[in-house]
Design a protein around this ligand. Structure first.
Ligand code: NAG
Ligand code: NAG
Ligand code: NAG
Length: 349
């Protein structure tokens, strides 16, 4: 048996209220309780939270919100990056991280057999968004499917680089159909294994043909006629080799990466995220995303899958480069595309 290398993911957007937990007192931050209440009511409205008519749940959520406000203030006082209230602000870290359902994830098998693909000079800085090849930010919702978004993001960018148009690919197909490659739907998976699945399967459908549901499906509905992207090869970056990762992102294309999300990451807004708390190991990375660029040795530019409202229009910066911050170079890979079969010319708009 191969070890299960599931990359376990943070699902997000727990908009539905959990069972009531009993009221808690408000944590004392610098904000006055009346101000906290006002901010909480704005928050409820802004994110369309659904517990508005349940007073016990509402009081509990306001207590959690107040504690998160304090954590955000402390983080802003201490860190060089900036944090802000977002839609996760009524959830405890335990609730948020409970979606990391396989904490012993292991992707240590990451090895590169393709050194020759990588050049050894790279531009000082790179940002593939400026070249128009990065597709819009998506939102995984309440499902540990970050690995599918990292995968489609990488394939969409690779497609745009090769064929000149942006398309949107199906995450749900990966959730429903890629289990044989050690992937677990809403309970995690690995981009490198998803690329292998697409190669083996012979294609990945368009999003419109196989739309996202943010939950495990009961069966695979792959439609060969709607397949738009074909994978010829999968390249792993050598574990921990951040220089090679930079060569790949700098010279070749956006690369799927993973890292360890710790509690202060959820409220990131802007600046360069850095942490002394997160680890770097192959069994501690818990969130898959897409590296779309870097700025000198200062930071990676990374596309997340928590919607456009989160972070910097859905993106974050993490650095410095050279320390394998949070394991960003521990588990990375990218796909090499095949030409679509002749009879399968894809209509894109
Ligand atoms: C690539 O890495 C994955 C784990 O991340 C591993 O399962 C796979 O065997 C590796 N592929 C190669 C060709 O080394
Ligand atoms: C989703 O399905 C996978 C198998 O594909 C299973 O391992 C996992 O436990 C399921 N997760 C949830 C949240 O149902
Ligand atoms: C970060 O976001 C805050 C609030 O949205 C804003 O005031 C600040 O100017 C931003 N800083 C940077 C560097 O973008």
């Amino acid at each position: 048996m191969r070890p299960v290398p599931a990359l376990l993911l943070i699902g997000t957007l727990a908009v539905a209220a959990h069972a009531a937990h009993g009221a808690r007192s408000l944590a004392v931050g610098t904000a006055h309780p009346a101000a906290v209440k006002e901010m909480f009511l704005d928050f409820v409205q802004r994110y369309d939270k659904e517990y508005v008519n349940d007073e016990v749940e509402m009081a509990y959520r306001m207590g959690v919100f107040a504690e998160n406000l304090v954590a955000i203030e402390e983080s802003n006082a201490m860190n060089t990056f900036y944090s802000e209230v977002n839609e996760f602000a009524d959830e405890t870290w335990d609730e948020f991280s409970a979606r990391l359902s396989h904490p012993q994830a292991d992707c240590s098998a990451t090895l590169s057999e393709e050194h020759e693909l990588l050049h050894h000079h790279h531009p000082e800085s790179q940002d593939w968004r400026e070249k128009g090849v990065v597709s819009p930010v998506k939102n995984q919702g309440n499902c540990g499917s970050c690995w599918t978004f990292s995968t489609t993001g990488a394939l969409e960018a690779a497609y745009a680089l090769e064929f000149g148009s942006i398309l949107s690919l199906s995450e749900q197909q990966l959730i429903d159909c890629a289990q044989a490659f050690d992937n677990h739907g809403c309970s995690g998976g690995l981009p490198s294994h998803a690329f292998e699945y697409v190669r083996y399967n012979g294609g990945l459908d368009l999003e419109v043909a196989y739309p996202y549901k943010a939950k495990n499906g009961t069966e695979c509905h792959y439609r060969p006629d709607a397949a738009a992207v074909f994978v010829k090869d999968v390249v792993n970056i050598t574990e921990g080799d951040e220089k090679m990762l930079k060569d790949a992102v700098g010279n070749i294309k956006p690369v799927s990466v993973a890292f360890e999300v710790v509690s202060d990451f959820r409220f990131y807004k802007n600046g360069t995220y850095t942490s002394s708390e997160c680890r770097k190991g192959p069994s501690t990375v818990n969130h898959a995303v897409l590296a779309v660029g870097y700025h000198k040795d200062h930071y990676w530019i990374i596309k997340n899958s928590w919607g456009k409202d989160w972070g910097m229009d859905g993106y974050f910066r993490m650095g410095p480069i050279g320390e394998n911050m949070c394991g960003v170079a521990t588990c990375s890979s990218f796909p090499v595309l095949d030409e679509p079969p002749k009879e399968k010319k894809v209509q894109t708009s």
